[in-house]
Write a new protein. Structure first.
Length: 143
């Protein structure tokens, strides 16, 4: 796809950009088949992605090992059609005309894979809903 201007875009924001927002970005990228421009960021980015989140995503065939936590910028918010926050409170700048959602999800930090799987699955269900709202046909994951 070369017409990026016509692609919807989404930004996932959480505090550390190490777990929830990275899983959501990985799921939306995979499940949109590239039809959605995906960003993620954190208000206080961690040094690395949560390794348990990486393992949980690998179980679905999605590899987020090369991703790095990124700092939230005003430009990322302005460039996105939908901004989805995950427990970062008021850290995300608000711009008129943007669509904002807050997904209340448990933080996977410090939890084992058994606790992270349900968080991942909840994110997956919400990403499916988001795809339908954006008018994008979801791609089935090979799981």
């Amino acid at each position: 796809m070369t017409e990026t201007a016509n692609r919807p875009s989404a930004l996932f924001v959480c505090v550390h950009n190490a777990g929830r927002s990275q899983m959501a970005a990985g799921l939306l990228s995979a499940m949109s088949g590239g039809a959605v421009e995906v960003r993620s960021a954190g208000s206080m980015p961690a040094g690395e992605i949560n390794p348990v989140a990486v393992d949980a995503m690998l179980e679905l065939g999605i590899d987020i090992r090369t991703e790095r936590p990124k700092v939230l910028t005003t430009q990322a918010v302005q460039a996105s059609d939908v901004v989805i926050t995950m427990g970062c409170g008021d850290a995300c700048p608000i711009f008129p005309g943007k669509r904002y959602e807050d997904w209340e999800l448990e933080d996977p930090a410090g939890q084992g894979i058994e606790s992270v799987r349900p968080i991942r699955d909840e994110i997956r269900a919400r990403v499916l809903t988001l795809l339908h709202e954006l008018g994008v046909e979801p791609v089935e994951l090979g799981v």
